[in-house]
Design a protein around this ligand. Sequence first.
Ligand code: ZN
Length: 374
Amino acid sequence: MEQVERQFAAVKHALEYLTENVGPFPWPHLTFVDPPANSGHSGGMEYTTLFTSASSYMMPGFFHLPEMVTIHEFGHAYFMGILASNEFEEPWLDEGVNSFWEERIVDNYYGKNSGLLDHPWLKIADESMSRLSYVDSGSRQTVSNAEYSWNYPHGTYGMMSYMKTANWLYTLMGIVGEETTNEIFREYYRKWAFKHPSGKDFVNVANEVVARMHGNKFGPDMNWFFDQTLYGTGICDYKVAGLRNEKLERSKGKVQAGDSLDRKLALSDSLSYYKAVVQLERAGEVMLPVDVLVHFDNNEEVMESWDGKSRFKDYTYTGTRKIQWVKIDPEFKIKMDVNYINNSKTVDPDHVPVRRLTNKLISFMQFFVNFISL
Ligand SMILES: [Zn+2]
């Protein structure tokens, strides 16, 4: 497909998705320009009802970079065009919110796990690329996400205002759900279109919508979330510290009248009893609720809900079953968790060299994508 057609399709996707999940595009026309190859620096820039996209020679069909840039620049019609926030003072509310929507749109239309790169040998979601830029950054804790654009130190502006924001918005969506997240943005649009909302206005809308849709499920408001993610500098890292299946000593003695069934079973020769323990730790400062999936050797599973507040948490199961493996956040709701590798453990540990190799390839891709400023 010609790149111009790819870009037209991308604009239609973005228009459809944002109209449905945020609000209508209010203008009767839209112009986008794909600058010629010798003026590449004018690509990837936004003005209301006009933006420039970016294509290049030899862009293979499996690499959706032109689509990503097009969707991103179109998205600015909403985030700061319609929702006219102050990009210089609160870049997260402009670039970060827009990146969150760009990633959702790209992965929705071009593949949940392959939105950015869809090759038989390597698939990368737009969301994963963005997440890795945050979790791989050595400077992710130097400053909060609520900084003036000119104050970000050590080259952290892009990683913080684009990627960290998108990452905690995904995490918010993992906690409160997709429909609630969309409703937050619809309400933000209804209330603040063509006005000049600040970050606090967005937080207030989120608090109001979450309370309306979930009552007190997450507390009186979501400030505990925003204080840690938007206004804080901590990292989130939950890990499985250990797994133990301790065989219980068979009780001494014989079955007697009046013994419980459990004791009778424990005394019979055919069954072994175990004290099975999962040991979890919170290695980061950020406290978020997490699901914990425990899988036993008889294929039974238990999903625990940990509020994630204490420094450690043990779950103990006594019976005839042994734990085989455990996974924190099995549905990847908590995208802020900076280390997924320590989220699971099996009794016979599986090594994960494939994932490390993928990380290297993704770093290489990031290097490539970073040539384009969005
Ligand atoms: Zn942008």
